[in-house]
Design a protein around this ligand. Structure first.
Ligand SMILES: Cc1ncc(COP(=O)(O)O)c(C=O)c1O
Ligand SMILES: [Zn+2]
Length: 484
């Protein structure tokens, strides 16, 4: 028998959950006069909306074209009706997520949409634009761990997503929402983003899949050839501007103020809702156990913010009862968060980011700075930095143990090596490195390293092919030399 019941909530109420430092880092609140309809004991509808992260109380529907609070200019985040989500219970959610994980029922086999109720319940299944996001491998870095004296070291291979980076996890949510808005009759002519490479590749792929025009703004000569050819192949209008990422960002924001162009940058928190599934998925892959330490590279700082949000949501809904330590790793040539961390986050100055091999995080004015600081304060956080030499050598060392990692993963690995050296990690700690992109997108970096052509890098793990005459004896001698 199907039982229906109605629950009407009258007043708006706000709840703050304190972290260990008593900071108010996460807000969940119930919307005014919301109506919850239950079927067989579960809500039939889950609700979510934008709210201003400055706490001024403004809220907006997710299908409104808005990126900042109209009252105070603050960034917006997505809030969920946590009361409705609580009804299923922690065990119920774990079971449901596990049942859907990597199965075939569209769109729930995607590890993002398999958690749809927590991510973006407002999108109808028929409007979802999914390319089977998430479900990426957790690489057990057994040999690298042995070298470091760590028995439980893992690399979360987010570069195994469709376009080769973690950006797909968020882009599927944003493009799905816009797809629905277009179906609802909103006047949206296209979606635009500024990018250090991976965001445009992802936006272009999802737009091509949905048949929505994409416009991408890239800093000329600051993205890899592989990243540049991705949006071009997908037919996106690809604008290569003579500036850096921060310069592209300024222009795309102006363009998005004009009619009909929707902004896809991570100031738009719909993307962060998808990216927050990284942390949820990691716990799921460990049968809902929480790791001790996670190291993640940071540029615009959306991903570290999203990672924390996923953990806080699991904690609030009772799926986990402890938090991992979160370390954000930056390139020393693009380190505004690190500079601020050294001052206890009391001061913050945007910087001019210098050119770095970790080109996707060459960002001097990260849009999610405030979000990231909140997360780091709530997760016993730390910020590390790595020089060009440390990044390139860390990445190459990882490859020699079976990874094929991008320079941004190299930043996180370099931070790991430093923390091990400083005795900050116990040998039994479960440590996760977030690998953000696939090494195949950074062939120019890899070739530059192994041919010893990178500025400021003293190559310690260089490899090169042996050129030999096509004679059996020479070949056998060469093999013997290496294997003996
Ligand atoms: C490969 C890669 N790693 C790391 C990052 C940093 O992520 P975020 O900008 O959210 O800090 C980006 C994004 O710009 C990226 O493309
Ligand atoms: Zn506000």
């Amino acid at each position: 028998m199907v039982r229906l019941c109605l629950v009407v909530r009258h007043s708006a109420s706000y709840k703050y959950i304190s972290g260990p430092d008593h900071s108010q880092h996460f807000i969940s609140f119930y919307s005014k006069n919301s109506i919850a309809v239950y079927k067989n004991g579960f809500p039939m509808e889950y609700r979510s909306w934008f709210y201003c992260i400055e706490g001024c109380g403004e809220t907006y529907p997710l299908n409104e074209i808005i990126y900042r609070c109209r009252a105070c200019g603050g960034l917006l985040d997505v809030a969920h009706d946590m009361d409705s989500l609580r009804v299923r219970g922690a065990a119920g959610w774990m079971r449901l997520f596990d049942e859907r994980y990597r199965r075939t029922e569209y769109p729930y086999g995607s590890s993002v949409w398999g958690k749809k109720e927590w991510v973006c319940p407002a999108v109808d299944d028929q409007h979802v634009v999914s390319i089977y996001e998430g479900g990426s491998n957790l690489f057990w870095a057994e040999r690298l761990g042995e070298e470091l004296g760590l028995g439980d070291l893992w690399v979360k291979q987010c570069g195994n997503n469709h376009t080769g980076s973690f950006k797909d996890l968020g882009m599927t949510v944003l493009v799905s929402m816009v797809n629905q808005m277009i179906e609802e009759g909103q006047d949206i002519r296209g979606i635009a983003c500024a990018s250090t490479g991976d965001t445009s590749a992802s936006l272009a792929a999802y737009c091509a899949s949905a048949g929505i025009p994409a416009i991408v703004f890239l800093p000329r000569d600051k993205v890899s050839v592989t990243q540049l050819i991705q949006p071009i192949s997908h037919g996106a209008l690809t604008l290569s501007l003579d500036t850096d990422f921060d310069g592209c960002m300024e222009i795309v924001q102006q363009v998005a103020e004009s009619e009909g162009i929707y902004l896809a940058n991570s100031m738009n928190s719909l993307r962060l809702e998808g990216q927050k599934t990284i942390g949820i998925e990691i716990c799921q892959q460990f049968d809902w156990e929480v790791p001790d330490l996670i190291i993640i590279p940071g540029g615009n700082l959306g991903n570290v913010s999203a990672l924390g949000k996923g953990f806080l949501m699991m904690e609030e809904l009772g799926l986990i009862d402890k938090r991992p330590r979160i370390v954000c790793a930056q390139a020393a040539r693009a380190n505004p968060l690190y500079q601020s961390y050294l001052k206890g986050f009391d001061e913050y100055e945007p910087i001019h980011a210098e050119s770095t091999v970790a080109s996707a995080i060459q960002i001097g004015n990260p849009v999610s700075y405030k979000r990231a600081v909140r997360v780091l304060k709530a997760f016993d956080g730390k910020v590390e930095q790595a020089t060009e030499d440390e990044i390139a050598n860390a990445s190459a060392r990882g490859d020699l143990t079976g990874l094929y990692n991008c320079p941004h993963t190299g930043v996180a690995l370099a931070a790991l090596f430093k923390m091990v050296e400083q005795g900050e990690i116990r040998s039994t700690d479960r440590v996760i490195i977030i690998s953000t992109a696939n090494g195949l997108k950074f062939t120019d970096f890899k070739v530059g390293y192994h041919e010893d052509r990178l500025d400021g890098v003293n190559v310690r793990h260089g490899q090169s092919p042996l050129e030999l005459p096509a004679r059996y004896d020479d070949v056998v001698r060469a093999i013997d030399r290496v294997l003996s």
